[in-house]
Design a protein around this ligand. Sequence first.
Ligand code: Z5A
Length: 212
Amino acid sequence: MSKEAKFISIEGGEGAGKSTAIKTIQSYLNHRGIAHIVTREPGGTPLAEKIRSLLLDKSDETLLPETELLLFFAGRYQHVEHVIKPALEKGLWVISDRFVDASFAYQGAGRGIAESRIEYLKEWLIKDLSPQHTLLLDAPPALGLDRIKARGELDRIEGEKIDFFNRVRAYYLEKAAKEKARFHIIDTSASLADVEENTRLWLEDICGDYTR
Ligand code: Z5A
């Protein structure tokens, strides 16, 4: 990884405002002239985008939790090797809408898969690649779900029960409390203007007097 590069992940529950925050981040980085790419999981490469459809589209065949976990990691491995690592090598900043934390939150805390199994996949495939900064957008799941319901039909995972999303949220908050140096939490139950302002303040902090 080039010393100029930074790897940043954006996490949070459904409708917590990741896409909205990413627009603020992009416009801030463009304004500062910081070369970057924005990518996402599941997805980020043509093949991983096909895996995304398998994961999110509703189907008559039940997708088992273990299959789900393996599909997330299959897409992630493509994404890491073909997109994230090459971009970091070139000195670009990489902004990823979700990364490994999401597997611990959704497949671990949400579905109940043992953390040790997810840890095994992470150590095998992702090794020590980790975001330097993670922005956690936090809002009560009921609020996030209301926001995305207003947008249209829910996908396979969005259709889960509220308890599932409460476990996901609790995991993220616990993880952020344990890794304070990496995580920054923004309360996205606040107004759009406040969230935007807080996102800018966080960016100023992590970008500092960065120049290329
Ligand atoms: N998943 C997993 O299980 N395991 C994994 O390892 C990974 C992912 C990587 C797809 O992810 C699913 O995959 C996701 C986790 C799982 N589960 N589900 N369901 P995704 O990230 O693509 O999808 P998402 O979490 O459902 O994101 P989203 O629906 O795109 O929401 P968002 O990007 O966080 O929110 P938004 O689009 O910015 O905002 C939603 C709406 O609310 C929109 O109309 C905004 O204008 C509005 N909004 C946002 N902020 C505000 C505020 N502050 N006030 C008022 N209105 C607001």
